[in-house]
Design a protein around this ligand. Structure first.
Ligand code: NAD
Length: 291
């Protein structure tokens, strides 16, 4: 039997459609259009591509976007000042500082400067703190884990009491993902680079979230038959048949897991498109709090 494919392209389009509709409604009802400000520092090509994609998504759903592009040599104080100006701008609902920042910048201090109510990336320590505590609601959920939860929901996965294993414990994916699964009443295990027997954990997982950054690390013989697999990884794999010399693969060996899993996300076309869709949703949430 072959796994059900969880189509992130289709589900992200649905999310963007919901946001578009709500933005149009806000405009009609309140004469207000939500605004997202992006801050891009330096000339990292990948970061510039991500920021462009975010502006394109804004355009598609009817959100205003404001782009601040700053030189690599900007000082901590100057960057902090830019974030402060955006905090003070009443027409900016969400602020997204594209990571990574240059090495001389204190990233934690910059993220901590963002107004809690405009933290659409959900990385403010207070938002993460609230996410981790019982009965406390964060203002925003980090976009990639938020997207994974929506994929699970759309696939009809019952998390209540399920054994969920999160592979990876990064601040942006693994850790917030584990909090979200815990909040949804799954029994959560986090495995990471120091875990002694990863296979034992994977084998009993009903749901696996892979966020490691190692090409096709998880194989079919490591998972339980019928398990639901959400693959967050985006890795380059050499492929001479492609014009650019590589193709993108996940942290999960898709072809190997397909006959074993119950449901699985492809790479590309799984989690990837969800991240920006959830950013649009968070920007809408930020503006909704005005009314
Ligand atoms: P990271 O490097 O910050 O964290 C990787 C985690 O994997 C660490 O916690 C580490 O302990 C764990 N790890 C490393 N080797 C391991 C091993 N052998 N076994 C088990 N765990 C191991 O990475 P990240 O930012 O969380 O990103 C992970 C992957 O997800 C990357 O491929 C990244 O490109 C991708 N990503 C995708 C999206 C998206 O929108 N789809 C967003 C963010 C990250």
């Amino acid at each position: 039997m072959s796994a059900k494919i969880i189509d992130g392209k289709e589900i992200s389009a649905k999310v963007r459609g919901e946001v578009k509709e709500a933005v149009a409604e806000m405009k009609a009802k309140h004469g207000y259009t939500p605004g997202l400000a992006t801050v891009l520092v330096g000339d990292n090509t990948a970061s510039a591509t991500y920021v462009r994609a975010k502006h394109k998504a804004c355009e598609e759903v009817g959100v205003r976007s404001i782009g601040r592009v700053l030189g690599e040599d900007i000082s901590q104080e100057e960057l902090q000042q830019v974030v402060q100006e955006l905090n003070d701008d009443p027409e900016v609902d969400g602020i997204l500082v594209q990571l990574p920042l240059p090495k001389h910048i204190d990233e934690e201090a910059i993220l901590g400067t963002i107004d809690l109510g405009k933290d659409v990336d959900g990385f403010h320590p207070l938002n993460i703190g609230r996410l981790s505590m019982k009965g406390r609601k964060p203002l925003f959920i980090p976009c990639t884990p938020y997207g994974c939860m929506r994929l699970l929901d759309e696939a009809g996965v019952d998390l209540n009491g399920a054994e969920a294993v999160v592979v990876g414990r990064s601040n942006i994916v693994g850790l917030p993902m584990a909090f979200l699964l815990n909040n949804a009443n799954a029994t959560v295990t986090i495995v990471h680079s120091r875990t002694k027997d990863m296979d034992a954990h994977l084998k009993r997982a009903d749901v696996i979230i892979a966020a490691v950054g190692i090409s096709e690390m998880i194989k079919g013989n490591q998972i339980k038959p019928g398990a639901v697999i959400i693959d967050v990884g985006i890795n380059r794999k050499d492929d001479e048949t492609r014009k650019r010399g590589y193709r993108l693969v996940g942290d999960v060996d898709y072809d190997d897991c397909l006959p074993v899993a119950g449901a699985i996300t492809p790479v590309p076309g799984g989690v990837g498109p969800m991240t920006i869709a959830m950013l649009m949703k968070n920007t809408l949430h930020a503006a909704e709090r005005k009314f």
